[in-house]
Design a protein around this ligand. Structure first.
Ligand SMILES: [Zn+2]
Ligand SMILES: [Zn+2]
Length: 103
């Protein structure tokens, strides 16, 4: 009997909306994840490992971690902090409830 079994990587696209690639500037970067499957006759049967999500650009094939992309794009919601005591503030606060510093 001739069996072909093994672990196969499988890239899954996690979103359909392209993001801007920080490397080439084109909106062809997608959030993807590489999972590993136990496969038999090249048919994935069982997921054995769930990978970390990453950003892969279809144009320049550059990969980025989602964290670095969010940081460079500045799209991540930043928590407002008091410039004086450094505690996190609610966005609607006009002054710090801890030390009274106006924002
Ligand atoms: Zn690119
Ligand atoms: Zn404060």
């Amino acid at each position: 009997m001739f069996l072909i079994a093994g672990i196969q990587p499988k890239i899954k696209k996690l979103e359909d909306t392209p993001r801007q690639c920080p490397s080439c500037g084109q909106f062809q970067a997608y959030r993807k994840r590489m999972d590993h499957y136990l496969s038999l006759f090249f048919i994935p049967l069982l997921k054995v490992k769930t990978g970390q999500p990453f950003i892969l650009c279809d144009r320049c094939a550059r990969t980025e971690s989602p964290e670095s992309l969010d940081r460079s794009a500045g799209s991540a919601p930043r928590k407002p902090r008091c410039s004086d005591c450094g505690r996190s503030l609610k966005p609607e606060f006009s002054f710090c409830p801890f030390c009274g510093t106006a924002r």
